[in-house]
Design a protein around this ligand. Structure first.
Ligand code: FDA
Length: 311
């Protein structure tokens, strides 16, 4: 019911206008989104980096249906990398990029996979020139196979390309085992999309248990784990797994969304951990926020909780 209401809201131009002009909307948006422009995201990333945190920047937008738009998104990422390189923020991977496969063409009616792989290679080349890396976001379960194929293809030339795996999917433990190898960068999250029971765990506890199993595989494997969660229990399990597997703080990182649990981000960094903040920017924030809520109603509580708390 809630999901239907939110999806209707996201599709309605009238509701869109009401929401984007409502008095408190700007406050909510600026809490989660770095702003509209390259200058905005440069300034916010610069502040995070000066504070001893790392950043991964997402240019908002997804589900591109037009080849020209897919190319324009890739162009924007390349220009962004130039700007980050010039500002001295990209070197050593301090600020890297997060890219949604459907934003660069995966969902195109014709040659989507080939188009996305081509644009991604172009972005990875610009990232390498700027001294940083790219991580492929993971979208809904129907995109996983194609996204992993694109990852494998582009990694042959750009081995630093990382990807996201989602613990709510039943297949993910096997994917973690396959990708926990030297040189591989894997961001583990719970998953933010709707998925049927056949492919995904439904109960929160099952998703969490799957996360813990996947985490163990990644932390004991040879790759570079990127632990993307705000969950205190999983953060504590990560520290325990790091101790058990003999990992140094430099050999993995925690990741959280911009605006969510900033005090915890600070606490982890103060204890010597690497903490990367996922930093979305761009004018397409409405879809980012509302579709996230609609895709998985549990996220509504997640965002509302965030508004009420900074811890
Ligand atoms: P969850 O939302 O279940 O929260 C668990 C617990 O964390 C809560 O019970 C509470 O204790 C604590 N907590 C959470 N938020 C809090 C707050 N604001 N204040 C206090 N306590 C709080 N998804 C996807 O499908 N594809 C992707 O590519 C990505 N990419 C991605 C990158 C990064 C860096 C992150 C952090 C997340 C993603 N996600 C994602 C989103 C992810 O799948 C998931 O939906 C959210 O991170 C929420 O899940 P949590 O693991 O934080 O736990």
């Amino acid at each position: 019911m809630l999901r239907r209401v939110l999806l209707a809201a996201s599709a309605s131009d009238r509701i869109r206008k009401i929401i984007i002009t409502a008095p408190y909307t700007r406050d909510v948006v600026t809490r989660f989104v770095a702003g509209n422009t390259t200058d905005d995201v440069l300034a916010t990333a610069g502040r995070l980096l000066a504070d001893g945190l790392l950043a991964t920047v997402d240019y908002l937008g997804e589900d591109t249906t037009d080849p020209e738009q897919a190319a324009a998104v890739a162009d924007t990422y390349v220009r962004l990398l130039d700007a980050f390189g010039e500002a001295g923020l990209a070197a050593g991977g301090r600020a890297e990029l997060s890219v949604k496969p459907t934003a660069i063409g995966l969902g195109l009616r014709e040659h989507g996979e080939k188009t996305a792989a081509g644009h991604l290679a172009r972005i990875c080349a610009a990232a390498a020139a700027a001294g940083t890396t790219v991580t492929l976001d993971m979208e809904d379960h129907t995109r996983v196979e194609a996204t992993l194929r694109i990852l494998a293809e582009v990694r042959t030339d750009f081995p630093g390309l990382g990807c996201v795996l989602q613990s709510y999917l039943r297949r993910t433990e096997a994917d973690c085992a396959a990708l926990a190898v030297p040189g591989s960068r894997v961001r583990l999250c719970k998953g933010a999309y709707q998925a049927p029971h056949e492919v995904a765990f439904g109960a929160r506890a099952e998703v969490d248990r799957s996360y813990a199993r996947c985490l163990r595989l990644l932390m004991h494997g040879g790759g570079y784990p990127m632990v993307a969660t705000h969950d205190p229990r999983l953060i504590a399990i990560t520290a325990a797994q790091a101790a058990l597997s003999g990992r140094s703080p430099a050999s993995f990182e925690y990741q959280m969304l911009y605006g969510i649990r900033p005090a915890e981000q600070r606490r982890l960094a103060d204890h010597g951990a690497q903490v990367r903040v996922y930093l979305p920017y761009g004018r397409d924030w409405y879809g980012y926020l509302v579709r996230r809520l609609a895709e998985r109603p549990a996220n509504l509580a997640f965002f509302l909780r965030s508004l009420a708390s900074t811890r």
